[in-house]
Design a protein around this ligand. Structure first.
Ligand SMILES: NC(=O)c1ccc[n+]([C@@H]2O[C@H](COP(=O)([O-])OP(=O)(O)OC[C@H]3O[C@@H](n4cnc5c(N)ncnc54)[C@H](OP(=O)(O)O)[C@@H]3O)[C@@H](O)[C@H]2O)c1
Length: 250
């Protein structure tokens, strides 16, 4: 594996890329796109069967990314990497006043402790020229009142990307975060299932951005693929909204 061997059709050829949250949603679609573009994949999530369904031929590792011992053990066996797309995360809604501390801590673990541990333990496994993409959220750029713990954790993810960009620059390793708006995955379905009026909520989520629709997993995956590839070699330390223009509008 060596960076810089990709072609126009296979810009990720020669790169070994780790994807977390690869058993569903954005992570699953992204893993499949990275493979189409030539990458070799290491897939991480808690459910082995879901990872195998995403891509039977990939290397799979079933672990909780917030479990330090599990991440450390995985890192000690993980082969060298040319990229990481850290898409694993979880959403629990609630205000600061209404969120039990246990849920606040669960949001920090699922969304911030996981990427922190993976960066901490896998940083030494990254080859020179590697690229890391963290998944934040557009509701960590602009506040909404009902997802407080999640938003706070994702804001930490955005800053983690900037700090890692500085720490790793001397090794020519890049790190960026992307901040998606609403994408119709299982995560969004769970949020809608808790609503008293799911169709009105769905319409209102889609109506927030100037393009007036939800995003797709494929659109998020395409941005991640660009950031993981050598075409984006001068892009690091950024947080890029992908939200139909919502960040510009409200
Ligand atoms: N959908 C949206 O509207 C939206 C908007 C902005 C940002 N995001 C972010 O995009 C990312 C992907 O979300 P999605 O929409 O694709 O939702 P999803 O389908 O629910 O995917 C989340 C994935 O994360 C994995 N995961 C959760 N906790 C984990 C843990 N502790 N350790 C390891 N893996 C864990 C889950 O797999 P297992 O259960 O098998 O572990 C699951 O495959 C998340 O970080 C999310 O916060 C989503």
């Amino acid at each position: 594996m060596s960076p810089g061997t990709g072609s126009l059709e296979k810009p990720l050829a020669g790169k070994r890329i780790l994807v977390t949250g690869a058993g569903s949603g954005i992570g699953r679609i992204a893993a499949r796109l990275f493979r189409e573009r030539g990458a070799e994949l290491v897939l991480v999530g808690r459910r082995l069967a879901a990872l195998q369904e995403t891509m039977p031929e990939a290397h799979h590792s079933a672990l909780d990314h917030a479990d330090e011992a599990a991440v450390a053990a995985f890192a000690s066996e993980c082969p060298p990497l040319d990229g990481m797309f850290l898409a694993a995360g979880e959403l629990r809604t609630g205000s600061v006043q209404g969120t039990p501390t246990v849920d606040f801590e669960a949001m920090l673990a699922a969304n911030l402790r996981g990427p922190w541990l993976l960066a901490h333990y896998l940083g030494p496994r990254l080859r020179e020229g590697a690229s890391v993409v963290l998944v934040g959220s557009n509701i960590a750029l602009r506040a909404i009142p009902d997802s407080a713990a999640y938003s706070v954790a994702k804001a930490g993810v955005h800053m983690l990307a900037r700090v890692l960009a500085l720490e790793w620059a001397a090794r020519r390793i890049r790190c960026n975060a992307i901040a998606p708006g609403p994408i119709h995955t299982g995560m969004l379905d769970e949020r809608l299932a808790a609503s008293s009026n799911p169709s009105a909520d769905l319409a209102s989520l889609a109506g927030v951005n100037p393009l007036r629709r939800l995003g797709t997993e494929a659109e998020v995956a395409a941005l991640a693929a660009y950031l993981l590839g050598d075409e984006s070699a001068w892009t690091t330390g950024t947080v890029i909204p992908i939200d139909g223009g919502a960040d510009a509008a409200y």
